[in-house]
Design a protein around this ligand. Structure first.
Ligand code: SF4
Length: 215
């Protein structure tokens, strides 16, 4: 009787494993298809469902891309736009005075005279990069504006000032980490990618930045 029960248990486990494998395979293929569809068209189909799917199956979808010789950075790019799309509605409901902007220090001129302070790099609007103008524009609208000197800075500022919404500029990896962090803090966040990355004198599409923070 016991042997029969164990046989039945193994049988059920076997079936469960097969079922889960089929489910993961199906979800991975559907997720990969949705990512490619969004990348090509700029539209999102079943956005929230897609976010759940790509969050759970990130590594398997990226593996499928690599197997098919598709650039897997497409996945991160679509993931960022998807999060922006989903977060936007909640973001615009937050008063601008409770929104924070985090700008990477690599966007500064290489001869930036700004000094490091506990509130980030203090821009003196010397006119040698676009940050000074962006800071003034943002602060006139009510935003709090920070130039980020290091990786732990954003967490510290969020804990200290408790913002209600975030705009972050950075390279795709920084944006992904930032959006994940804000998701954990339940903050609607928008990520704006640098148009030219690197460690110093990076570039940003400023028109895109002003569009993002307008509403
Ligand atoms: S505008 Fe501000 S951030 Fe840019 S180089 Fe001048 S002081 Fe530095």
């Amino acid at each position: 009787m016991l042997a029969l029960d164990i046989d039945q248990l193994y049988y059920l486990i076997g079936r469960l494993v097969v079922f889960l494998s089929i489910l993961i395979l199906f979800g991975t293929l559907a997720g990969a298809f949705l990512v490619l569809y969004s990348f090509k068209t700029g539209h999102f189909f079943a956005a929230r469902l897609m976010l759940v799917c790509i969050s759970i199956l990130e590594s398997t979808i990226k593996s499928i891309f690599r197997l098919a010789s598709v650039d897997d950075s497409i996945f991160d790019d679509v993931g960022m736009h998807l999060r922006n799309y989903i977060n936007r509605k909640e973001f615009v409901r937050v008063p601008k005075e409770r929104r924070f902007i985090f700008m990477p220090q690599c966007l500064r001129s290489t001869v930036c005279p700004g000094k490091l302070t506990p509130e980030g790099i203090a821009c003196v609007d010397c006119g040698q990069c676009g940050i000074g103008e962006a800071k003034k524009f943002s602060e006139d609208k009510g935003y709090k504006f920070f130039i980020v000197p290091g990786s732990s800075f954003i967490k510290r500022i969020i804990k200290k000032y408790q913002p209600k919404a975030i705009v972050g500029v950075g390279c795709p990896m920084e944006i992904k980490e930032g959006l994940d962090l804000c998701h954990r803090y339940k903050l609607p966040a928008l990520g704006i990618p640098l148009s030219e990355g690197g460690c110093v004198a990076t570039k940003l599409d400023w028109e895109q930045f002003y569009d993002f923070i307008h509403d």
